[in-house]
Design a binder for this molecule. Structure first.
Ligand SMILES: [Zn+2]
Length: 341
């Protein structure tokens, strides 16, 4: 009986040698190791064997089984290796090509522009000053010369928190108070970047959150001409040294006098086009000389000190620089938009 197992083993090996691809190997596996395959048949035959010979037969049958399984596994490995070699030989894979580039991510367009703006003001001697996004109502409005019931405090413009007297800052200007109180009575030259929040309808032109950069300089001899020179230098560094600016009279509660700052249109160079609404000018930022009340609230004596301040919207600058026409792209997190920057 044991000799029939030897025959079985050599037969199995011989058939394995003829299995030349993976499909043939699977067929072989079923034929030899399936439920009714040769191996289980030979194990069942143990019942017909005289009891004395059974242990020897059983051992040998298991050895044959292990031997065949090992031979199969080895054959499979060789086949798989050959398949890879064939693929390479056929040129299916060009291993000399560079791998797929992984995407490490990049800075958001607002962050890129914010850093560029801070870089320019850094060269002009303005130090960054980070303030809070959740701010006291009194600092966001009151100390900036907007007492209670001032129209600019309209509750519909403001996100209130559950803590009375605390809001999401509606502009970066409350940071002026913190910066002045830290520096007074010494000279001060800072830029205050950050996210601001307004309770507004979201349209292509307005968002409920946006970045502002505020600038503030306070000293014993700070004049309107210093403001104009600083802003001209900034705009020419950002938009090109041919740019011109003009100041238009305006109103903000925390500056006196106040002004809007325009730049000649970067598209039509002042001739008038759709971007500048035929005026030849683009509104870039708001500015003014710090209101005496605000200086006093910041810890300076308005009799001896003066200052200028300005504020601009970072997303507006990105839109001008890139020709974007819808502010809603910024927070939509659409990769197709983001990867263009
Ligand atoms: Zn234009």
């Amino acid at each position: 009986m044991a000799s029939s197992l030897d025959t079985l083993l050599s037969q199995g090996i011989e058939e394995l040698r003829l299995a030349l691809d993976e499909a043939a190997l699977r067929t072989w596996q079923t034929r030899w190791f399936g439920k009714t395959g040769e191996i289980s048949q030979s194990l069942k035959r143990i019942a017909q064997i005289p009891a004395a010979e059974r242990p020897e037969y059983g051992q040998k049958a298991n050895a044959v089984k292990e031997h065949l399984q090992a031979a199969h596994d080895a054959a499979l490995l060789v086949l798989q290796d050959n398949t890879l070699e064939n693929d390479l030989a056929k040129g299916g894979i060009d291993i000399t090509l560079p791998g797929r580039r992984s995407s490490p991510g990049r800075l958001h367009p607002s962050t890129q522009t914010l850093r560029k703006i801070l870089g320019i003001f850094g060269e002009l001697g303005f130090e960054p000053f980070t303030s809070h996004e959740v701010e006291e109502d009194e600092v966001n409005f009151g100390l900036l010369n907007m007492p209670a019931h001032h129209p600019a405090r309209d509750m519909w413009d403001t996100f209130h928190t559950t803590r009375p007297g605390w809001i999401l800052r509606t502009h970066t200007s409350p940071g002026q108070i913190h910066a002045m109180r830290r520096a007074a009575p010494g000279p001060l030259r800072v830029v205050l970047p950050g996210m601001c929040y307004r309770y507004e309808q979201i349209t292509s032109r307005s968002e409920i959150m946006f970045h502002q950069v505020e600038g503030l300089a306070v000293g014993e001899k700070v004049h309107l001409t210093d403001l104009k020179g600083t802003l001209l230098a900034f705009i020419q560094r950002l938009f090109g040294d041919k740019r011109k600016i003009r100041l238009r009279s305006s109103y903000f509660p925390f500056t006196e006098p106040s002004m809007e700052v325009d730049m000649d249109c970067i598209l039509c160079l002042g001739k008038g086009c759709g971007l500048c609404k035929k005026t030849g000018w683009l509104e870039i930022l708001g500015a003014g000389m710090v209101h005496p009340t605000v200086l006093k609230n910041g810890g300076y004596d308005p009799e001896t000190h003066s200052g200028f301040a300005f504020g601009l919207g970072v997303e507006r600058i990105v839109m001008l620089l890139s020709g974007m026409d819808d502010i809603r792209h910024f927070w939509a997190n659409d990769w197709r938009f983001l990867k263009q920057f």
